[in-house]
Ligand binder design. Structure first.
Ligand code: AFP
Length: 328
């Protein structure tokens, strides 16, 4: 099986980008080890602190964030980093050609139940001669991403990565200590009979999503004419991985449960990198009204509604939104 660096070179990545990706993965290998140790290494449970999102930080959130932040900044390759666990950006090398924004541990509510979690990262170009301390340098649309990926800490530790030449899957070989190519080119099936949504929010959704999911639930007797299955891992990284492997549609739609926070998932370090991976694998990703990767960000922690996966199924869902008379 082929190692990561030659595959990246074949895809046109330059030495600095390869070095940056390997630095990110070096941190992820340490995170994988600590996650695998679980209760034995005293990293489970929560801290007494809250992050910028107002969420109680898990010990593993803090550990993963410190590892990634320190190793990426020490590489000298990045102008700045942004993280779900950092209130603002952290300046790096003024001559660094990259920016990295990441969710150090996505699905952290799963850490204490030994369920799927992962690290999501997005690599953007650093504007020339910019101020490394200026957060606005991150406010680039998803289409500007140079690379995007996640590391899934599951029964095996897997990497999904794209540099714009398709989406590839790698598996960590813990004997030699590197990621080996295990799926050359991911192709998401255009149609599916599997959806992923947190149904407990159903009464808070806007009308189009209510109507779309209601029709799926009617199964063969309903307008979709087939039965659907449902999955919900409560870690985007796990639900997206399933979709890359066998298709499906994932949605975390806008809900009115907390009017101050109508959307849940973060644009810069969840929705955008996942959208690049999914689109590069032939899928689609939308808010319901707009292609996610075309959103012009206004804040490094802004949230967005997400509907992504098998292209034809996403299109079916979007048709319910097109006929939504309450929207412009
Ligand atoms: P945590 O990292 O706080 O567990 O949130 C994970 C997440 O952002 C995303 O990965 C999941 O798809 C979604 O939240 C799960 O949200 P619910 O807990 O509301 O189902």
């Amino acid at each position: 099986m082929r190692r990561l660096a030659p595959v990246l070179r074949q895809d046109g990545a330059d030495a600095d980008l390869i070095s940056l990706i390997k630095t990110i993965l070096a941190a992820c290998k340490e995170i994988s080890f600590r996650v695998g140790q679980g209760a034995l290494s005293g990293v489970l449970g929560s801290t007494l602190d809250e992050n910028i999102q107002g969420e109680t930080q898990k010990k593993l959130d803090v550990l993963a964030n410190e590892l990634l932040k320190d190793m990426i900044l020490e590489s000298g390759l990045v102008m700045a980093i942004s993280s779900e666990e950092e209130e603002s950006t952290v300046a790096g090398n003024p001559n660094g050609q990259f920016l990295v924004t990441f969710d150090p541990l996505d699905g952290s509510s799963n850490t204490d139940i030994n369920s799927l979690i992962g690290t999501i990262f997005s690599i953007l170009p650093a504007p020339a001669k910019a101020d490394p301390a200026d957060p606005s340098i991150f406010l680039q649309p998803g289409t500007a991403q140079i690379a995007a990926g996640y590391v899934l800490y599951g029964p095996s530790t897997m990497l999904a990565l794209t540099t714009g030449k398709g989406t590839r899957l790698y598996t960590l070989d813990k004997t030699y200590g590197g990621f080996l190519l295990t799926q050359e080119e991911v192709a998401i099936p255009g149609v599916t009979a599997e959806f992923a949504v947190n149904m407990s929010n159903q009464r808070h959704w806007e009308a189009p999503m209510q109507a779309y999911i209601a029709d799926l639930l009617q199964g063969k007797e309903g307008p979709r004419g087939k039965n659907y299955n449902m999955r919900w891992i409560a870690a985007m990284v796990g639900d997206v991985h399933r979709i890359l492997c066998r298709g499906g549609i994932f949605a975390y739609p806008r809900d009115l449960k907390d009017p101050k926070k109508p959307d849940k998932l973060r644009l810069m370090y969840e929705a955008n990198p996942m959208s690049m991976l999914v689109e590069q694998a032939g899928g689609a990703s939308s808010t319901g009204y707009q292609r996610i990767m075309e959103i012009q960000p206004v804040d490094i922690h802004q949230r967005v509604a997400v509907i992504l996966g098998s292209r034809h199924e996403v299109d079916s869902c979007l048709n319910y939104h097109k006929t939504d008379s309450s929207k412009p």
